[in-house]
Design a protein around this ligand. Sequence first.
Ligand SMILES: NC(=O)c1ccc[n+]([C@@H]2O[C@H](COP(=O)([O-])OP(=O)(O)OC[C@H]3O[C@@H](n4cnc5c(N)ncnc54)[C@H](O)[C@@H]3O)[C@@H](O)[C@H]2O)c1
Length: 358
Amino acid sequence: MKIRYGVIGVGGHGRNRHLIPLTKLSEVEIVAVSDINKQRCEEVASQFKVKCYQDYMEMLDKEGLDAVSIVTPTGLHSKIAIDVLNKGVNVLVDKPLGANLEEVINVVKAAKRRGSKLMIGYWSRFSPALQFGKEIMENGLLGEPYIAYGYLVRRRGIPGIPTFIDKSLSGGRGALLDIGCYVLDNLLTLLRFRKPLSIMGKVYTKFGNREDEVKFNWGNWNAKEFSLDDYAVGYVRLEDEISLILEVGWAANVSHNEEKGYIRVLGDRGGLEGVGNEAILDISFHGRTKNFLIDTKPVLKKVDMALEMIKAFVKSIIEDTNPPISGEESIILHSIIDGIYKSSEENKEVKITLPDLL
Ligand SMILES: NC(=O)c1ccc[n+]([C@@H]2O[C@H](COP(=O)([O-])OP(=O)(O)OC[C@H]3O[C@@H](n4cnc5c(N)ncnc54)[C@H](O)[C@@H]3O)[C@@H](O)[C@H]2O)c1
């Protein structure tokens, strides 16, 4: 029997990173899509030869779905995810799981209550380069990690469409939530989601609120109404004496024209350096033998990361196993994001207390 699948939110990402990969899986039957934008919903439904519902609750009530992807704007993720989970349907929520820690905790609780599967759509997790880094660390080649640094900055890439900059849709947050979550997910994956103890951070609005900047970025918006962070920096003390530092921005006066992602994890036996964008695409390991310093680069396969993400979710349903990207991980990740916003607002270091759920 095939998995009956629905997709809620079929804009750019819903189509490209969910629906298209889903068509490649023989074990899945895409049954319906839902989008409040009637025209878009009908167009996509006809393209994929499925039903269209403007109201996702109606889709859930009528279609007897086994699984759903949620690819709406971030500010709606947690509410829709809880509605879906309460119907006993398995859910893949695109990144980030919610706008803030409280929302994330509520989704994780709903999943636990219903026993349905919850996976978060960090397609970047399926990067072979990141998997290589994980293997290096699991094999002890890095020794004890003590520094983790992550950078993800665009020269001019404020995503000027309502999904990302209308506060009710974006969840009231900017670059730190939207792309900072990738940097944290990449680093925390390598660090086995060690818990944060305290955080110092600062968020800035330096470009999005300037009329003369709009034309350099993506889309169009009213600069007078823009008040989201377009740059953020954080210093996080993790358990085991690890320092994690991150810097993310939708716009900055940097030399690289394309979005640039970079991570570095230093240990007492070796170090990892990764480059890419939201996903780490290339990675190297730096260590030593008895008499030589060595640099090692893996030979990496090219993979369709979005397809791998969808496959992993579907596999977890078929085999009734835990999905590889959990809600509990998002609790740790969002406690850091919330901590940076809080520290910035209060101009001081903030202590982190994680919920008992973990
Ligand atoms: N993983 C990634 O690399 C990546 C990249 C881009 C976007 N995203 C995430 O995907 C999500 C969507 O981004 P996008 O670029 O596709 O945006 P988008 O604006 O192109 O699409 C969002 C769609 O959701 C629909 N929608 C809004 N409210 C809805 C509701 N209540 N019910 C059903 N549909 C509704 C909108 O009409 C729109 O068609 C965001 O959370 C974003 O963070 C992830």
